[in-house]
Design a binder for this molecule. Sequence first.
Ligand code: SF4
Length: 288
Amino acid sequence: MACIEKIYSVSALVGNGSCNANCDFCAGKYLRPEAKENKLYDKNLEAAIKLSARYGGWSLSLTSSGEVTCDSDALIRALKVYQKCANQGAYFPNVNLFTNGILLGDKEFCNKYLDIWRELGLNNIAISIHNVDEKEQAKVYGLKNYPKLETIVSNIEKHSLGVRGTLLLRKGGVDNYKKYEKSVKILIGKGINNITSWPVGNPDNTRNKYTPSRLSLFGIRSWLHLNAKKCHGHAWGGGVFDYKGNILRYTDYVTKHNPKKDFVRQLVVFQDGTVAYSWIREGALCIR
Ligand code: SF4
């Protein structure tokens, strides 16, 4: 049994779990019953941030069992917890909001909230992209229309926040290296030059009918190794690549906690206040 030497990041589920989209493959649905007010949540979020910062962590991800931007009050509360920690020295250079991006296409919404979020410590907004064509993206999200990605980028950058793309690898969508390469090039053309990808799957790290084949994923990883320069690897697999001056990152959706390893990829703060060493809680409890 190894001692933990490093806790790289914190992922916090924020908000009431509501969502303005309706995806067939939604992995957040199973967590929605937990998305209620919880007295322990703020205290345990603070503890998780401080613990990770103490163990060399550098990144806080704000996500949801639904869509975070649909519950801005909860997001502001979570960012206030982070701001308190940062003021006491538990500072993360990367504070990222993960979103489907739908509300970020609305200028009024951005004018109302983005400066507030930034002043509380948010650095980047990561847009989940299933298809670089907005009409196809709308279909995946179960919508009539999806905003133009260029509009989303411009609305976010206007408020001095960084834009990231989460290019999801999904069977029938981006599921081979040719589509990956094409999508990356289009996203760069649309102003998104920091792109993370992972294959969609079940929250317990198993494959499902939307997960691309192992061979296709191998093809994408091989394309990265052949066409981009590796900047650094992740202890849990995958890594960060320099592709013509743009950042491409390949990782897994979920990493199961391994008590024999001396690192934790992320502390996950669930909405019932549980803090676990991974998205798979069993055998990975940290704070209750
Ligand atoms: S946007 Fe995310 S939370 Fe909303 S339905 Fe799709 S997968 Fe689920």
